[in-house]
Design a protein around this ligand. Structure first.
Ligand code: C2E
Ligand code: CA
Ligand code: CA
Ligand code: CA
Length: 275
């Protein structure tokens, strides 16, 4: 509480008050969004660098706020993580994306982002198994994307969950590679199938010195460890050309397609060569 009316000092500045109010409102809105299913999953294709074959789609969450319109996951996922709602949201995304993917051709995989919070005291493995079973989707068609922040909860439980998921036949991808730290030791200790090079390195291609060398190093690392290497945020033909020459296995970005609603997926699949 603030020391209102005393005229001496205030614990909270008025601006801070509004910040807290905004947050409370956001929390109420987020709870309502779950109850009223205001979420939607959009899909962005993953493309083989050589030949342009479509290998799958990444599921990216969207929130249609009744008054504020479309809200970016970068804005509401941190809040959802903080107040624990990410478990319910994450479970919903798993079920929805697996169900959608079950209707696509068999060579098309689905990549789903996991929050670190979903690894803590949860039922992640059961949730994944249930999502696959109720969708009738083979585990080999599911990729789970985790960031290094998951690995910071560096304990046997996290490692155990990752191995159990991997043992189901699910693929594990290291997302946003290069933006955290200690990546190299984690890469050896955890069962990754794919490294996703963060888009910040791709954005600087052709500009900032050293970006090509970083891409080259990560590709070499991936090859040495038997992992697929995907580059994110590919927007130009020039970037695509460089990444192909450097030996990236897969590419993803606006050059190929923005994330699109599920109804657009068949047309995107049809526009790319088959495996
Ligand atoms: P991310 O997993 O790194 O996803 C890639 C982001 O880059 C997406 O932003 C995508 O729309 C955007 N992107 C794709 N291609 C390009 C490009 O060529 N240029 C640029 N500038 N951007 C591109 P989005 O959809 O806003 O998602 C932001 C982040 O929110 C994601 O980053 C991910 O960390 C998180 N997120 C999204 N959906 C989920 C989800 O279902 N669960 C969890 N836990 N996190 C999610
Ligand atoms: Ca991702
Ligand atoms: Ca990423
Ligand atoms: Ca990211």
């Amino acid at each position: 509480a603030k020391a209102a009316g005393r005229g001496t000092w205030r614990l909270f500045e008025p601006e801070m008050d509004t910040e807290i109010q905004k947050r409370r409102q956001a929390e109420i809105d987020l709870r309502r969004a779950i109850a009223e299913e205001q979420f939607e999953v959009h899909y962005q294709p993953l493309i083989e660098a050589r030949g342009g074959v479509l290998t799958g789609f990444e599921a990216l969450l969207r929130w249609h706020h009744p008054e504020r319109g479309m809200i970016s996951p970068a804005e509401f996922i941190p809040l959802a993580e903080e107040i624990g709602l990410i478990r319910a949201i994450g479970a919903w995304v798993l079920r929805k994306a697996c169900a959608d993917a079950a209707g696509w051709p068999g060579h098309v995989r689905i990549a789903i982002n996991l929050s670190p919070v979903q690894f803590v005291n949860g039922h992640l493995v059961q949730e994944v198994e249930q999502a696959l079973a109720s969708a009738g989707l083979a585990a080999s068609r599911l990729e789970l994307e985790i960031t290094e922040s998951v690995l910071l909860q560096d304990n046997d439980a996290t490692l155990g969950v990752l191995h159990r998921l991997h043992d189901l036949g699910v693929r594990i991808s290291m997302d946003d590679f290069g933006t955290g730290y200690s990546s190299l030791s984690y890469l050896r200790r955890f069962p990754f199938d794919k490294i996703k090079i963060d888009q910040s390195f791709v954005r600087n291609l052709g500009g900032e010195k050293g970006s090509i060398e970083i891409i080259r190093a990560v590709v070499g690392l991936g090859k040495a460890l038997g992992m697929n290497v995907l580059a994110e945020g590919v927007e130009t033909a020039e970037q695509r050309g460089i990444l192909e020459v450097e030996g990236c296995d897969e590419l993803q970005g606006y050059l190929f397609s923005q994330p699109r609603p599920v109804r657009d997926v068949p047309a995107i699949i049809a526009a790319h060569p088959m495996a």
